[in-house]
Structures are given as structure tokens and as C-alpha cells.
Design a protein around this ligand. Structure first.
Ligand SMILES: Cc1cc2nc3c(=O)[nH]c(=O)nc-3n(C[C@H](O)[C@H](O)[C@H](O)COP(=O)(O)OP(=O)(O)OC[C@H]3O[C@@H](n4cnc5c(N)ncnc54)[C@H](O)[C@@H]3O)c2cc1C
Length: 399
């Protein structure tokens, strides 16, 4: 099945999926979430990840609905999984040097890796049952079940002894939900680099049990080894953001790290033009690009209905185009939702500094969810959860 068939790229398809999943978000999810019976088989998981990744549906919207149907206790497992995403995003924002380090390390690992083993692993020709099937499933559909991602990463790192950086790169190039924080940090977690000394070992027994007997791989290592980590970055504070001036005519810039610029968020601003960016180089692989292209077109249609101003599509996040748009509309302020660490944030920083030199402010707006929860992702997920639980239960937080 193609990824378009699995993930139609509209917000309404995501919302339908959420509605269909909601009744099963409590006990059914908790009991069945680890089972992966295969791509064509029913699963207990939601398959909401691309909609969440590109923020066509927000974590807040999802939790509000889950709380409304099940309350915070019964659906705890599902709520926790949604929060893992928030935790990874927050953790990377507080440790930004890891991303640049990862990119350098990946490029250097490419030079020294055994190309034959790498190629066999990526094309599903290692002879390891399950592993080969997941490589093919990933490259064909753009999706893997969470447990399969964990098994795959563990076998990649510990049995095949390939660098984790290249496994993370392989996933980024093929996942529809390819996400800098969730992917990089999950690979590091499996390798034992996130919770130091605690790595994840895939065993044949566990794979056999949770795939309903589909796979019983031979030759997996029986213990993990210590992977050296050369990253020693510091923790930083979440950056303070400038408040936009609500009285100024403003351009709203929309990118695919947040494809739900609902007018409610920008009610207070005088938006005179909306620009949607679809630059292919700012995403990873073909499947993600295809999804994003559809999602951006869908966002444009939704925005056209709501904003009473022109809505343009641009295929480059480019300072010259933005300057021209600002001059032709007489605008000195452009606002955009915060892009978390990754290619869009890097490009926005560059574009922002050129705009500043030309007296145009590019001002980032952070969602309340991220603003309140990310600062707590300093250490472990357990501590994060402990700190944010009271916030989630505040009356107004999920409204
Ligand atoms: C090695 C590895 C790489 C990964 N790479 C990515 C990635 O690039 N992008 C991505 O979105 N997720 C990634 N994950 C997390 C997780 O596997 C997927 O989010 C999940 O499988 C998506 O399927 P689902 O929507 O059916 O999940 P469900 O189980 O239905 O969970 C609902 C939502 O919660 C979030 N979520 C669930 N589990 C996790 C988790 N462990 N970490 C972070 N968020 C989670 C996702 O947004 C998901 O859509 C990775 C996990 C591993 C082990």
C-alpha cells in the first residue's frame, strides 16, 4: 500500500482517524499497542503520527478529546505516548547542540561505514528475518509500528554493528512522520545514549511474541555493547521570544512544522497576507515530501476560507521573496509559528537575520503547549511527566 493510501494528507482525514480511534484509546490501546501483526493487519495504535508531526492536529486537541471521552486515568498509556513526543521536542530544544553534532557525526560515519552491510540493511538483504521485512515495509509504506522501529534500531546497532547515526538517517529519509527530535533521540535511546547505560535489546522471543509468530529471527546478539558518545553539549534555557506588535499590519508565514495556523491563534493581529512555504529541501524523503505537499495544499484551502486576505504559496523560504512581499504590502512585521530544531528553524534563523538588516522583523510565536511544557524536559521522561501532570489537569490548559 502506498503512503498516500495509508495517510491521506488532509486535516479532516486526521480528525476522522482520531474520531475512529478515540473509543479504543484506553484499555484496547494499553493492551494491544506493542503488537505488530504486519502492515495489512488491524493494529491497536492510532497511526496519527504524520498528522501530529506536521501539527495538522495538535497534541492539545488530541488530549482534550481523550480526556473528554476517557478522563486522564483510563487512557494513561496513550496520553503518555503523546507526551513522549512533547518530551523529545522539549529535550532537543534544551540541548540544541546535539542536532549539529548529529549532522557532523552522520557525515563522518558515512565515510568509514562498511558500505556493503549498510546497503544490505537498507534494502532488506541481511538474511535476518523481520529486520529485512521492516526495511522493505519502511521503504515501501513510509511507516513502521513503534515496536518494529525499536527492534529494527536495536538490530541495526548491536547485531549489525552499524552506526546509529546512519540508521537515524535511513529512517529520516523514508518515514512519512520523519521528525528530527523523536527520531534522533529515539535512536540514541535504543543505543543507550539517552538514558546512559540503558540500551534496548531486541530478542527473538520478544519479536516472535509481539508479531504473532510472524518472525523468529536467528543470530541476534544476546547482549548490548557500550556505544561511545562524543557529544557533550550543555543544557540551555528555552529562548525568550519577542512579542509581536498587534497593531501593525502583519504577514503570517506558515511552514510545515506547524500546519494548523488556526485563525483563533492570530485573531489579535492585523494579518494582511499569508504565505505558505513548500520548499522540498526542508524535508527529508520522497514520502514525507508527498505528504507535506498535500498537507500544504489542504492548509491553503482551509486558510482561504478563514483569513480575509490573500494567501500565497511559495516554493522557497527565501529572504528576497519575503522582502518583496513586505514592501508591496507596506509591512514591517512577519510572524510565524516557532519551528523546532531542524532544517526549517535553521533556514528561518538565516532569513530572519537578512530581514532584520532590512528593517523587517521576523517574530516567532510559540504555542502555549510548547511554552509551558518544553522547559520541563530537562532530564528524564519520568521527571518530565511528574512536573507537567498538574499543568495538564489545570482547568484551562486543554481548552
Ligand atoms: C528508532 C525510532 C525512531 C522513531 N522516529 C520517529 C519519527 O521520526 N517521528 C515520529 O513521529 N515518531 C518517531 N518514533 C516514535 C514512534 O515510533 C512513532 O511516533 C509511532 O510509532 C507512530 O505511530 P502511531 O501514530 O500509530 O503511534 P501511537 O502509538 O498511536 O501514538 C500516538 C502518537 O504519540 C506519539 N508517540 C507515540 N510513541 C512515541 C514515541 N516513542 N516517541 C515519540 N512520540 C511518540 C506520536 O505522535 C504518535 O502518533 C520513533 C521511535 C523509534 C523507536
Amino acid at each position: 500500500m502506498t503512503n498516500q493510501a495509508i495517510f491521506p494528507s488532509t486535516r479532516s482525514a486526521g480528525l476522522d482517524r482520531l474520531q475512529n480511534f478515540l473509543p479504543y484509546a484506553a484499555q484496547d490501546y494499553a493492551q494491544g499497542r506493542n503488537r505488530d501483526r504486519g502492515p495489512e493487519q488491524p493494529a491497536a495504535v492510532s497511526k496519527l503520527s504524520p498528522y501530529i508531526r506536521y501539527r495538522m492536529i495538535s497534541e492539545k486537541e488530541i488530549l482534550a478529546q481523550v480526556f473528554a471521552v476517557h478522563g486522564p486515568e483510563a487512557a494513561q498509556k496513550f496520553i503518555e505516548e503523546i507526551l513522549w513526543r512533547t518530551y523529545w521536542k522539549g529535550w532537543l530544544e534544551l540541548h540544541p547542540s546535539l542536532w549539529e553534532f548529529y549532522l557532523d557525526e552522520r557525515d563522518s560515519d558515512k565515510q568509514f561505514v562498511d558500505c556493503k552491510i549498510l546497503q544490505q540493511a537498507e534494502t532488506g538483504q541481511t538474511g535476518i528475518e523481520g529486520f529485512d521485512d521492516w526495511a522493505i515495509e519502511l521503504t515501501t509504506t513510509g511507516y513502521l509500528h513503534n515496536h518494529a522501529r525499536m527492534w529494527f534500531a536495536s538490530i541495526w546497532i548491536f547485531t549489525l554493528q552499524l552506526p546509529w547515526t546512519l540508521g537515524a538517517d535511513f529512517f529520516l529519509r523514508h518515514l512519512v512522520d520523519a521528525d528530527v527530535a523523536s527520531n534522533t533521540l529515539s535512536w540514541r535511546w535504543v543505543a543507550g545514549l539517552h538514558t546512559r547505560g540503558k540500551s534496548y535489546l531486541a530478542t527473538a522471543d520478544n519479536i516472535f511474541r509481539h508479531t504473532g509468530g510472524r518472525f523468529n529471527p536467528k543470530g541476534l546478539v544476546s547482549s548490548t555493547i557500550k556505544i561511545n558518545d562524543r557529544w557533550y553539549g550543555n543544557q540551555v534555557r528555552l529562548s525568550d521570544l519577542t512579542q509581536p506588535n498587534a497593531s501593525l499590519p502583519t504577514i503570517l508565514l506558515v511552514h510545515h512544522d506547524d500546519l494548523n495556523p488556526e485563525p483563533k491563534l492570530f485573531n489579535n493581529y492585523n494579518i494582511v497576507l499569508v504565505i505558505l512555504i513548500n520548499e522540498e529541501e526542508l524535508s527529508w524523503g520522497e514520502k514525507a515530501r508527498l505528504f507535506i505537499k498535500g498537507a500544504i495544499n489542504d492548509t491553503k484551502l482551509r486558510i482561504d476560507d478563514h483569513y480575509k486576505c490573500p494567501v500565497f504559496l511559495e516554493d522557497k523560504l527565501d529572504a528576497t521573496n519575503l522582502l518583496e512581499a513586505a514592501r508591496s504590502t507596506g509591512v514591517s512585521q512577519i510572524i510565524t509559528q516557532v519551528a523546532p530544531i531542524g532544517p526549517i528553524a535553521t533556514k528561518l534563523a538565516l532569513v530572519g537575520s537578512i530581514l532584520t538588516q532590512n528593517d523587517i522583523d521576523l517574530i516567532k510565536v510559540r504555542r502555549k503547549w510548547d511554552d509551558c511544557l518544553w522547559p520541563h524536559a530537562k532530564t528524564s521522561f519520568f521527571k518530565f511527566k511528574e512536573h507537567i501532570s498538574p499543568i495538564l489537569l489545570e482547568d484551562s490548559f486543554l481548552k
